[in-house]
Design a protein around this ligand. Structure first.
Ligand code: FAD
Length: 484
């Protein structure tokens, strides 16, 4: 057994990377980089009580860790991988490396904070010579959920906008020096990526996980999509959203970096204040979701409005499966669900439409949809996913009223007016004329056959009739409406 080095207050630093897989604008790394550095990532895989990552997010994590390891290796710093409870793995690496400093950015979820509390307590107890640093400020959020509350978005965001201007992002450390490496797990042994079957081909084609990929995505967005964002961000057929969500989710880029880049684009005349303000407001919804999660640690499990505990959800595995596979017979819903399955991402407008369809048209518990998104989204987020599902379901904070039921045909016709989005993801409908593309069951038989569509065979007939489903949902809501 090799002996651990003796305790050295001046020993190297261990940077415990978490959901901050980047070198730039990383406050804890800026401190850690002042000493020879050991970089550490711990896969807790549920060991801290956190929800295990879904399949698509595991794929992203593997790619992101590889990108981080390459960026660190270029400067001679090893990325050490360990698995298990952080309260055991982190002190073990501190001991093995003779470290005198532990640096990490504070987490923004109750579970992450519990894990770091356990780490800090273990270090204080068994390695009292090790200093602990969080860097000079928070970086995962713009605001501090401990100092701001609220369950209504507009006043919340007004307050944040007035009270918090994110400081300019920190550059990546000029120079890193690697300390002696210790044992690391092999990333492949963690089996984060699918092999049999390897379903990740569509993810590979769609994404470049890692800090460099995030920076490139932002640059492309500033060059194109941001112009017109305020008016066109609801159009899934166009390219006017940033698609930065998975990069933000894994901390490959920070909200402060986005904030300052967008404001700079405005200052230089490349973007209008309307577009930039709208973009910042969407970042505000992310802040709001984290704020809610901090008020409601069980956000993915418990209705924020308790009267929904009595909601008469239907148990119907067959219709849940049809929704998951994009076979509901409503083209905009099916296009979204297939985009999700193939690329791990779905446009926000379509997320709202498919979520509403599951909860209201199919009367399925929002938690079933939230769980499917958790498994299939590359940006599956512990705050934004459950907060958005509760918002759509009507049981959340500041939620869309339950009785406002999206009509999936009208949503399709309004937001995918030329049918480009549906044709891309539901190719069996390509030859239908626009007039019936979002409602194929209304097409005369001759039009269907000319387009090669046989309802019930080449494409499903609608799983439910809209008017019937709407009436059924409203009746179900009546049963809980009177409750406080
Ligand atoms: P942009 O329009 O470019 O917005 C920039 C950033 O702002 C996003 O990357 C995201 O971080 C944030 N943002 C934008 N809209 C929202 C929003 N409504 N709520 C919270 N943050 C927002 N977002 C996730 O990041 N992870 C999730 O797991 C997630 N689940 C969702 C589930 C449902 C049912 C719904 C309706 C929305 C969900 N969202 C989720 C929010 C939103 O759909 C995505 O953030 C957005 O589509 C990501 O695309 P983008 O990066 O191009 O967004």
């Amino acid at each position: 057994m090799p002996h651990d080095p003796p305790a050295q207050p001046d020993g190297p630093s261990v940077m415990w990377f978490r959901t901050d897989l980047r070198l730039a604008d990383n406050p804890a790394l800026a401190v850690a980089a002042e000493r020879p550095l050991v970089a550490l990532y711990v896969l807790d895989d549920g060991a801290n009580g956190a929800r295990p990552l879904g399949g698509a997010a595991r794929w992203w994590l593997a790619r992101s860790l590889r990108a981080l390891a390459a960026a660190l290796a270029a400067q001679g710093v090893p990325l050490i991988l360990r698995r298990g409870a952080a309260a055991e793995a982190v002190p073990a690496v501190l001991r093995e490396t003779g470290a005198g400093l532990l640096a990490f950015n504070p987490g923004e979820t109750p579970i992450d904070r519990a894990a770091e509390g356990a780490v800090t307590a273990a270090v204080a107890k068994s390695l009292p010579h090790v200093a602990v640093s969080h860097g000079v400020r928070r970086s995962a959020l713009i605001h501090d959920p401990a100092s701001v509350g609220g369950r209504v978005f507009t006043p919340f965001w007004k307050h944040i906008r007035a009270a918090f201007v994110p400081p300019p992002p920190l550059p990546a450390p000029d120079r890193l020096a690697g300390a002696a490496a210790v044992r690391s797990d092999a990333l492949n042994d963690w089996e984060l990526e699918p092999t049999a079957p390897d379903w990740a081909g569509g993810l590979d084609e769609s994404w470049a996980p890692g800090e460099a990929g995030a920076a490139k995505r932002l640059a492309d967005f500033l060059d194109g999509g941001l112009t017109g964002y305020a008016t066109l961000r609801d159009r899934p057929d166009l390219d006017h959203v940033s698609r930065l969500s998975p990069h933000l989710r894994f901390g490959e880029i920070t909200p402060a970096q986005l904030w300052h880049a967008a404001r700079a684009a405005m200052a230089s005349g490349r973007a209008t204040s309307l577009d930039v303000e709208k973009f910042l407001t969407e970042l505000g919804w992310r802040e709001f979701s984290y704020n809610l999660l901090n008020q409601r640690p069980l956000l993915a499990e418990a209705n924020i409005q308790p009267r929904f505990d009595a909601f008469p959800w239907r148990q119907d595995e067959a219709s849940l499966a049809a929704w998951q596979r994009g076979l509901t017979g409503y083209p905009i819903v099916d296009a979204g669900m297939r985009q999700l399955w193939q690329t791990g991402w779905m446009h926000n407008r379509v997320r709202m439409v498919v979520a509403s369809f599951l909860v209201k048209h199919l009367l399925q518990d929002w938690r079933a949809g939230e769980a499917w998104f958790w498994d299939t989204l590359v940006d599956a987020d512990p705050a934004s996913n459950p907060a958005s599902w509760q918002w759509v379901a009507g049981c959340g904070a500041d939620a869309a009223p339950y009785f406002r039921i999206f009509n999936p045909v009208l949503q399709g016709e309004k937001f995918d007016p030329h049918g480009d989005y549906v044709r891309r993801w539901v190719p069996e409908l390509t030859d239908l004329p626009n007039a019936v593309l979002h409602r194929p069951w209304t097409a005369p038989p001759g039009v269907l056959s000319a387009a090669g569509v046989t309802l019930g065979e080449s494409y499903p007939a609608p799983l439910v009739d809209h008017a019937h489903a709407r009436a059924r949902a409203l009746a179900a809501f009546q049963t809980i409406k009177a409750k406080a």
